[in-house]
Design a protein around this ligand. Structure first.
Ligand SMILES: Nc1ncnc2c1ncn2[C@@H]1O[C@H](COP(=O)(O)OP(=O)(O)O)[C@@H](O)[C@H]1O
Ligand SMILES: [Mg+2]
Length: 342
């Protein structure tokens, strides 16, 4: 027996709706204490996967366990450890936030008024608990949905696109709130998203799904280890031109980033050589550092896809972050989203 079993294990899970193979032999493990992301374009099979966990959808095949407890063998015990929100949580809009939580609490055993107080505090709605949900912002409603999933003190929260349709500020509000819950309250959280930037910025680990298949997984930090051969160089004064570049075989490519910064791809991992070479040619280098990978580049590198083939709804980052990704590939790749087999 392992000391602390994974919060969630999916083993070879599949789900077919008629002719649509929504989830296709999917296996993954969410480690306890992680904020784990489940990333994939629209139609990839995220919701279907998540809804199989509390048995809202019945798998065609495979096994699922929560903290080591099989959901089909011991549903009562397994389900106690999990709270889930669906993609767009619905509330009684004319009732207060608190009243909405109380209604759900009635369906569960042993939820005290005190626990509801605590949750309202934890989701930052204590002050607004008596306002009607109708007047809540999208972010407040999402937090209320998360609060509702917290009723009964689950150890794992499963949240289906908790930031869908939100502006960058609301998104930040919700995701930093979740980060804090993982850090301070020892919760494990598994969230789906179609936005790479969200996962990249907030999650510990990520599972990438496309057409029902797992295409990549791992710790975000590991996946995004810096490039060895691409360096970002900032200049003071003049910057190298095409001529200079073509004279050096060791320089494979140069991409301007800003007026004084360039990304230089080297034939070998040797930034010391580059630095010396630039100085000798009379350029003044004020900074030189390995380039950080983005999740999109990682995705391209592991799938071997070309830019235009990336299932790009993954990439439609909030406007504030859109600059992280190659904009020219967005338009063409959007259509590669999974609508084709809906
Ligand atoms: N109840 C259903 N009946 C038929 N097809 C479904 C049903 N739910 C989902 N699908 C299909 O399964 C695929 C995966 O959908 P979904 O899990 O909602 O993806 P995601 O949440 O990643 O956008 C899609 O092709 C979708 O149309
Ligand atoms: Mg979905």
């Amino acid at each position: 027996m392992m000391e602390s079993p994974p919060a969630l294990v999916l083993e070879d899970v599949s789900k077919r709706f008629g002719r649509v193979q929504a989830v296709d032999h999917l296996s993954l493990q969410v480690e306890p204490g992680h904020l784990a992301g489940f990333l994939g374009p629209n139609g990839a099979g995220k919701s279907t996967t998540l809804y199989m966990i509390p048995r809202l959808v019945r798998p065609t095949h495979g096994r699922i366990s929560l903290f080591g407890v099989d959901i089909w063998k011991n549903y009562k015990k397994a389900i106690r450890s999990v709270g889930i929100t669906v993609e767009t949580p619905a509330f009684y809009e004319y009732l207060s936030g608190r009243k909405n939580l109380e209604l759900t609490a009635r369906l569960l055993d042993h939820v005290s008024a005190r626990e509801i107080d605590e949750i309202l505090e934890r989701i930052g709605l204590a002050e607004r608990q008596h306002d009607r949900v109708r007047v809540y912002s999208t972010g407040m409603k999402q937090r209320l949905g998360i609060g509702r999933a917290m009723l009964g003190r689950p150890r794992l929260l499963i949240l289906d696109e908790p930031t869908n349709g939100m502006d960058p500020e609301g998104t930040h509000e919700v995701l930093s709130f979740l980060r804090e819950k993982v850090r301070n309250d020892g919760l494990t959280i598994f969230i789906s998203s179609h936005l790479m930037s969200e996962i990249e910025e907030y999650c510990d680990s990520v599972f990438v799904i496309n057409r029902g298949h797992l295409v990549a997984s791992g710790r975000v930090k590991e996946l995004l280890k810096p490039h060895e051969r691409i360096v970002r160089v900032t200049f003071q004064g003049k910057v190298p031109d095409r001529d200079f570049i073509s004279r050096h075989e060791q320089i494979r490519n140069v991409e301007p980033v800003t007026a004084d910064t360039m990304e230089i791809t080297l034939a070998q991992d040797d930034s010391a050589w580059l630095n010396q070479c630039l100085q000798q040619a009379g350029f003044r280098v004020s900074a030189i550092a390995p380039k950080q990978k983005t999740l999109k580049e990682f995705f391209l590198s592991i799938t071997g896809l070309r830019h235009a083939e990336v299932p790009l709804s993954i990439n439609q980052a909030p406007a504030a972050q859109a600059g992280l990704y190659a904009p020219q590939s967005q338009a063409s790749a959007t259509q590669a989203g999974d609508k084709s087999h809906d």
